[in-house]
Design a protein around this ligand. Structure first.
Ligand SMILES: Cc1cc2nc3c(=O)[nH]c(=O)nc-3n(C[C@H](O)[C@H](O)[C@H](O)COP(=O)(O)O)c2cc1C
Length: 207
């Protein structure tokens, strides 16, 4: 997606105003967003989300699972966020603090978009076998998940139970959209559009 398309996607754009005037005000100025990206075809939407967050004034650090790196490169997120991307729980950290602890402390909000069925299962079970799940477990800040998956995965009682558990624990879940899915079927499971996730993160930070 290029800049013109991004500007055109801003909800404030109207026929009477130039598109450039539709840039959002820096509503997230100085807020620190940790964006977890997991292994879904919807990872490309996370690229747009990073652009929107940065334009809204947020500092964004992206943490990717191994599977997410199969869909979008860390280089893309490093360039869009203008910050290093967190990938490896055992990498040599800048300070003595373990990476998952410093990331959990650093952020004002933890957003996982897209959130796979697998990641939700780990979060709901308290598993901490990789950088993102251990950061999620260590993090005491508000959390927001934007699920993305095949409709069969979404409808599965195991997935529904996992998201219900997370919701009960205070995690904010943005409901997935219904429509055409990348797997060729149609149903519920599409990651909500980045503008919707941005609005939900902004609302969560305003609480
Ligand atoms: C082409 C492709 C697309 C996938 N899309 C999704 C998806 O949208 N949602 C999902 O839950 N899993 C999806 N998967 C499966 C996950 O990538 C897989 O469960 C992986 O282990 C998730 O790892 P993570 O949660 O650590 O990122 C997809 C797999 C492939 C090969």
């Amino acid at each position: 997606m290029n800049d013109t398309q991004l500007q055109a996607s801003q909800p404030q754009a109207s026929a009477s105003r130039p598109l450039r005037a539709a840039q959002p005000s820096p509503t997230l100025s100085g807020r620190r967003v940790l964006l977890g990206v997991t292994g879904s075809i919807a990872a490309y939407k996370a690229c747009i989300l990073v652009r929107l967050l940065v334009r809204a004034g947020a500092e964004v650090t992206v943490a990717m699972t191994e599977a997410a790196c199969r869909f979008v490169t860390p280089l893309t997120f490093r360039t869009l966020s203008r910050r290093p991307v967190a990938l490896d729980a055992f990498a040599e950290p800048e300070s003595w603090t373990p990476e998952h602890v410093s990331l959990a402390d650093w952020c004002d909000v933890l957003v996982v978009a897209p959130c796979t069925a697998d990641a939700a299962a780990k979060f709901a079970s308290g598993l901490a076998g990789d950088l993102l799940s251990s950061t999620f477990l260590a993090c005491r800040k508000p959390k927001l998940l934007a699920p993305a998956m095949n409709d069969g995965m979404w409808d599965n009682p195991a997935t529904q139970d996992n998201f219900a558990t997370l919701r009960r624990r205070g995690v904010c879940i943005v409901e997935p959209d219904t429509g055409d899915l990348a797997c060729g079927t149609s149903g519920r499971g599409r990651m909500p559009e980045p503008e919707i996730v941005l609005a939900a993160a902004t609302a969560l930070l305003a609480k």
